[in-house]
Ligand binder design. Sequence first.
Ligand code: CA
Length: 357
Amino acid sequence: MKRVGKIALVFAAAMLVASPAMAAKKIRWKLAMTWSSTLTPLASPAPKLAKMVSEMTGGNFEIRVEGSEKHKAPLGILDMVKGGQYEMGHTASYYWKGKDITSVFFTTVPFGMTSAEQNAWLYYDEGMVLQQKTYDKFNVYSFPGGNTSVQMGGWFRKEIKSVDDLKGLKMRIPGLAGEVFAKLGVNVTNIPPGELYTALDRGTIDALEWVGPGMDIKMGFHKVAPFYYAGWHEPASDMQFLINKREFDKLPVEYQTALNTAMKAVSADMYSENFDASARAWAKMKEEFPNIKVKIFPQDVLKAMKAATDEVMEGYAAENADFKEVYDSQKAYMAKAREWTKMSTQYYLQTSEMVAE
Ligand code: CA
């Protein structure tokens, strides 16, 4: 008893010393999101992170989250975090394609990894190290910030039956996939999100890709373009937390751990939130608009897309050693991981189908 009492006393004394030191460290940060504050689930991780970090630090580390409606620079996040106007950002790596083409791998690439494969590559293979190598050039830290999993290939007003049907097709499809489609004769355009529905409705464009049912339903595309194609171009879109290096390095280690823990928690949470939103939205869409036809592109069209993707990727790899390093790492990981994905997920789904009512 006596000994336990003594240990308790020493422990209590240590707490007395530790507590005021922790309480003294008040940190106030700002975080800018690419998304408007209402664009859930993309806009969900940052406010949840801020709440968690505040609670984990007894209110000492506060992060004020600003949506694009406030800072008006949705595609300026990397510059603003690098410059220190914001200590943190929530965005997607492939928006920095024009600054560094290697950034695309940390969101998703056409015919690339599934979200399970990509998470494993990031957290347990070379992914995070290669990601940081890329972002060291900007003097910021980059962390995964939620994943949409596979995105749908988009809404088309007409069915795509052959490669010829892609020629002259006017489509909104950004990023590497846009480059791939351009090679196949698609007239790739970029239109602000707010104008997309009208453009599709009036025939200014013939097709567009957005995300998946959970986010697409709010845009109303299903009301004007009945063909909903399965994805190929964004199999596992990861969001991204960016942090100014100087500011992160200055944090007490317990605050760094709180931030790291919260980032990982809200990333996993966004995946679940988006999955749930898509499952619900699809059930509703299918019931209200029974004419929607879910399609997989014909095999010859897919083969043409794959060949064009390889050409685009190998073109970048030939001229950029950093790009090649990440491309090779993802290819090597996929060669192992895809086998397991098939044996586990795909075969399980086949197994379930065999006993489906
Ligand atoms: Ca998309």
